[in-house]
Design a protein around this ligand. Sequence first.
Ligand code: SAM
Length: 278
Amino acid sequence: MSGKLYVVGTPIGNLADFSQRGAETLSACDFIAAEDTRVTLKLLNRFNIKKPLISYHEHNSREREDTIIGRIIGGESCALVTDAGMPAISDPGEELVRRCRELRIPVEAVPGPCAFATALAVSGMPSGRFTFEGFLSVNKPSRREHLLSLENERRTMIFYEAPHKLSSTLKDMAEVFGDREIAIARELTKIHEEVVVTTLKEAARRYEDAAAKGEFVLIIGGAPIRPAPEVTADEAISLAVELSADGALSKSEAAKTAAKRTGIKKGVIYKALTNIDR
Ligand code: SAM
């Protein structure tokens, strides 16, 4: 093993989920870059792996990336891990991987569990198309803006959330999204694993006063397809009259625009418009 970055997925709770290749990679690399060395040490102890560790987290990332990249260029192999799941997924790693790629340093995947994919797979929610939104901001206006930007999102939406913010997040989501279906996946792969499928309003009620404990993934159903409101020919003609008032648009253009907006045939609108003046 030389001059390479290995991006290694680690368990999201149950250490028995660590892959054989993950363990082999950590055993064979020259050093491990870990989000929290104490957490990774527990994993190493479980698999009898002894390896030098350096910390790499959001507060020291730039300086540590320089060190890690320097060592890899010098011929060492580095395994990047975080506390749980895949590095770079709501976790440190993205920038290190990007810089390695820019420098043409080989990057190899050693995949492991990922909380959002695991949650989606056991939720029973539509999984054909989805959007992963990570954590909402702690800042109230930014959170709201983020949620409002998703109001009409048709795909299934996946969020990570911390227990102390769960109650207010569910309340905000119920307000913005209405009473959609939600799956709350808690403590996946751990003793208290639980997946509750309910509605957003019910979920907001359920966690209103109860102190939430554990780690959560929230999966929200996409916006329902609303049938287009029925527009009558009279309404389409009124719209065209408005559009052509004071010569703003020619009759033909007004009829065309009104037809586009309402779905009523242009010819019907145009004929009515021209008859009005007679
Ligand atoms: N890199 C990780 C991954 O691949 O999923 C995510 C790390 S992020 C800092 C931690 C968040 O992931 C938690 O707050 C929770 O939302 C989710 N998470 C991690 N482990 C989980 C578990 N066992 N059950 C439910 N959610 C989990």
